[in-house]
Ligand binder design. Structure first.
Ligand SMILES: Cc1ncc(COP(=O)(O)O)c(C=O)c1O
Length: 468
């Protein structure tokens, strides 16, 4: 292909661009299930070269430019591969990426609803699907954000604005010892002092104890502080354990504070019958963090916040400016996203959710997530029965946690041994002062064959490494 003829290339060049990029994307999709997650090499030799690279004054040719991208993709952890079971894997559906492509090229402005009402309505339709899925009231509002951290921050700023406006120095929040670090980070960014972020004990080592929260809130009130929110986890990052959401909802109602549920990892299991049963009580939340880039298989950069009362968001985030005087004022009809979030200009995120849901259908996601619950449960049963291993109990959702019999060094040795194979990647965490391995079944590409392979490799390595 010749050098590009301008910012808007002529039709034949545009088509060729799409064809060549399409070839690369097709290659990525068709090889994903077979690619090893590890074993690429880190690409250390490329790093200095890439850091030193600057754009030329003249256009570069397409082929070597795409080749450069291929070189980068041949390095590093391939977390779109089926064997990615460390942390919370990322799937990256092509249908979402295509939604992004269309949204970026069309570049409709969706910060204010009056400019492109139908584009905003398309996004709001998906958001209503979400608020309905979670059983939130009619007046609920969803937002698409960059991820779970941004959603937790938005929720905590909202809680501060409702309960302690102008008094962040006296505001407190309550979360479990296994709450995600983004909750603590959000509270600090929201101006709470670190010692007012109450990390409350668990009842069973894994799930937040409502009684511990109650005692902490009452003590704080007696000390003249202002409790703003209780944060429950619908699937902790460490073990996937679900906090007692109903009891926490009761407590928040009784104490008059907000109930925020961080469902960044576990939220979309609501699509399944088992997930709905395990997440019971989530429908009583004042706000819910979701991460479609985790349990809805979308590309990174897709978080969501659902808020039970849309006016609470406007209360926290609405600002006026003379140059925005033409915007729609009718929040009930089509809200301006800029009036209910931190962003003004934003990409049309709705399409990256809407297109996959249209093209695959809701049932495909439900079936895939049901499958993840089955695979995690089956893996747990086999690992739990192995004499060389101990597990931390049946998974609430799709994270299996276990140890090889032995000390912490044996756990690290087990992880290293597993990673030598290259086809699967797990991770470790610390629970109750002991190192534990985590196997997360969440990528849409993680199949029965992948999980069976992981279980076989774990058992074989454990047989060699276990000590009495
Ligand atoms: C429970 C939980 N909350 C919040 C987050 C933060 O989400 P993100 O990485 O999308 O910002 C994560 C990420 O792993 C998570 O597991």
């Amino acid at each position: 292909m010749d050098r590009l003829a301008g910012f808007d290339p002529p039709p034949e060049q545009t088509e060729e661009l799409l064809t060549r990029v399409g070839e690369l994307v097709t290659e990525l999709v068709v090889t994903a299930a077979e690619r090893p997650v590890l074993g690429n090499g880190r690409g250390d030799e490329l790093v200095p070269e890439l850091l030193a690279l600057r754009p030329g004054q003249e256009p570069a040719a397409l082929a070597p430019t795409l080749q450069r991208i291929r070189e980068v993709l041949a390095t590093g952890v391939d977390n779109a591969a089926a064997g990615e079971m460390a942390y919370i894997p990322g799937s990256g559906l092509i249908t979402a990426a295509l939604g992004d492509l269309i949204a970026s090229v069309a570049n409709r402005y969706t910060g204010l609803s009056g400019f492109s009402p139908a584009a905003v309505a398309l996004e709001l339709g998906v958001l209503r699907w979400l608020t309905e899925l979670f059983g939130l009231p009619e007046r609920a509002q969803g937002l698409l954000l960059s991820g779970g951290s941004a959603a937790n921050l938005t929720a905590i700023v909202t809680a501060r604005e409702l309960h302690a406006p102008g008094q962040a120095d006296r505001a407190t929040i309550y979360a479990g010892e296994h709450a995600h670090a983004s909750v603590r980070k959000a509270a600090r960014i929201a101006g709470l002092s670190a010692e007012h972020i109450r990390i409350c004990a668990s009842s069973d080592g894994l799930r937040l104890d409502p009684r511990a929260v109650e005692l902490a809130v009452k003590q704080d009130v007696a000390d003249g502080l202002i409790p703003t929110a209780i944060v429950g986890a619908a699937g902790t990052t460490n073990t996937g354990a679900v906090d007692p959401l109903e009891a926490l909802a009761d407590l928040a109602a009784e104490l008059g504070v907000r109930f925020h549920v961080d469902a960044a990892y576990g939220g979309f299991f609501m699509l399944t019958e088992r997930g709905r049963a395990r997440l019971r009580g989530i429908e009583r939340a004042d706000s819910i963090t979701l991460d479609p880039h985790k349990s809805l298989f979308l590309p990174f950069g897709t978080g969501a916040l659902l808020v039970a009362e849309r006016d609470h968001l406007a209360h926290a985030f609405a600002e006026d400016a003379d140059y925005l005087r033409d915007r729609s004022q009718d929040l009930d009809a089509l809200p301006d996203f800029s009036a209910i979030t931190t962003e003004l200009t934003r990409e049309w995120r709705g399409l990256r959710l809407w297109l996959p849901l249209q093209l695959h259908g809701e049932a495909a996601f439900r079936d895939a997530l049901d499958d993840k619950l089955d695979l995690a449960e089956e893996a747990w049963a086999v690992l739990d029965a192995d004499p060389h291993l101990e597990t931390l109990g049946r998974p609430d959702l799709s994270i299996v946690t276990f140890r090889v019999r032995g000390d912490d060094a044996a756990q690290d040795a087990l992880l290293r041994r597993l990673h030598e194979d290259g086809r699967i990647r797990l991770s470790t965490t610390v629970i109750d002062g002991r190192v534990v391995l985590r196997l997360v079944v969440l990528s849409h590409r993680t199949s029965r064959a992948t999980v069976d392979l992981a279980v076989d490799l774990i058992r074989a390595a454990a047989a060699e490494l276990a000590t009495p």
